[in-house]
Ligand binder design. Structure first.
Ligand code: MN
Length: 200
């Protein structure tokens, strides 16, 4: 069964001024669409056609680069749209407690997360994952993610931020740290809490 692009769960301009409308349109309608289309092309007529997206991602090291990259791209972007919201705010409850006990404070967590995002050379993602009962920051290259068998640090993503230039270049140009500073205004902490709860 062919994969399809899920609609963005809010308006293209919902995250203004932190993430601009044009970036969201191109990122969702062009980049994410291309991962979906190229994934469908890469699996057409093969055994992978009958696998779920989760199964493809989990076996990334055993499938072709085209399937790995585009299955990762589809999974990662679908996850990303859902953890963004115009409402922003801060974590609360059990997630806030886990962040404070692991990193010292929410501010310390953001500093470390942004440093991991800035430190990811080239294109990739920075993640907060749940792993063996703890939360941890990690990053992956290209469209890899921590669910992949090939990931250096494996775990269940709770929060993930795209640090490819296509995610920020129109508004922030080369200034990835400014984009990572702004992203905290548009994180959907309710959804991140749900991810945290279901990962446990
Ligand atoms: Mn992207």
């Amino acid at each position: 069964m062919a994969f399809t692009l899920p609609p963005l769960p809010y308006a293209y301009d919902a995250l203004e001024p932190h993430i601009d409308e044009q970036t969201m349109k191109i990122h969702h309608d062009k980049h994410h669409q291309a991962y979906v289309d190229n994934l469908n092309k890469a699996i057409a007529g093969t055994d992978n056609e009958n696998k779920s997206l989760e199964e493809l991602v989990a076996s990334a090291g055993k499938i072709s680069p085209a399937v790995r990259n585009n299955a990762g791209g589809h999974w990662n972007h679908t996850f990303f749209w859902d953890i963004l919201s115009k409402d922003g705010g801060a974590p609360s409850g059990s997630l806030a407690e886990a962040i404070n006990s692991t990193f010292g404070s929410f501010d310390e967590f953001k500093t470390k997360f942004n440093a991991a995002g800035v430190g990811r050379f080239g294109s990739g993602w920075v993640w907060l994952i749940s792993r063996e009962g703890r939360i941890e920051i990690t990053s992956t290259p290209n469209q890899d993610n921590p669910l992949m068998d090939v990931a250096d640090v494996k775990g269940t993503p709770i929060l993930g931020v795209d640090v490819w230039e296509h995610a920020y270049y129109l508004k922030y140009q080369n200034k990835r740290p400014d984009y990572l500073g702004a992203i905290w205004s548009v994180i959907n902490w309710k959804k991140v809490q749900e991810n945290f709860d279901s990962a446990k």
